[in-house]
Write a protein that binds this ligand. Sequence first.
Ligand code: ATP
Ligand code: NCN
Length: 203
Amino acid sequence: MNLAGLSLSAQGKKIGLYGGSFNPPHSGHLHIAKSALQKLDLDEVWILVSPGNPLKEASKDMAPFDRRLEVCSQFFTAPRIKVLGLEKALKTRYSVDTVKEIRKRFPKSSFVWIMGADNAEIFHLWAQWRDIVHILPIAIFDRTGYSMAGRHNRLTREFYKDRQKPKDVTKSIAPSWCFVPLVRNASSASMIRQQLKCDWWGH
Ligand SMILES: Nc1ncnc2c1ncn2[C@@H]1O[C@H](COP(=O)(O)OP(=O)(O)OP(=O)(O)O)[C@@H](O)[C@H]1O
Ligand SMILES: O=C(O)c1ccc[n+]([C@@H]2O[C@H](COP(=O)([O-])O)[C@@H](O)[C@H]2O)c1
């Protein structure tokens, strides 16, 4: 990965960082990425394929990183959505380290962290989660089954006064967050893996 080239092309842009296992990617992910571009008024969304979610144990149904990266590159072909193996390149695994590195290496771009409402519910279990909130704005996207949990959780309670409207969140200075209501998409990777009934979906 050419980090210098990426940094140059990212200059002056508002970018959504959308981290995930993407095991496999599905229409729910695409819906969030496209909605983020529009509702947060972003220039780009970066799909950050995770080498391994620190809260998920390595398991036989997790496809190898290279396979997930390859399939994501084939799947996310919409304009302004970039698939990157940035965490592998930066050698980071925890999101707090990833966003610190990104801030350092892309000083002329602004960033917002994108996640689904299910992750907002457990965000307080992430390593140094309050530091993440102080580093960049956070956008929580509604998800089937998690509408309440996405709005009412440790993050939204502790940072209640820092709530913004989605269209303002990238202009705001952290700590700030927004909840993004949208037409929900019920897809989930675990459901797809169950339907495929295989060790991992590439086999
Ligand atoms: N249908 C969806 N609607 C909204 N957000 C979603 C949806 N699917 C995934 N997300 C969000 O996208 C990010 C990446 O999700 P991930 O790759 O873990 O997919 P998943 O479908 O949640 O997987 P799994 O079922 O294996 O947990 C997470 O922030 C998650 O909350
Ligand atoms: O940093 C952490 O402690 C942490 C804990 C859980 C999840 N994350 C990140 O959250 C993103 C979504 O993960 P996932 O597996 O739910 O798709 C992905 O970028 C993970 O690296 C990060």
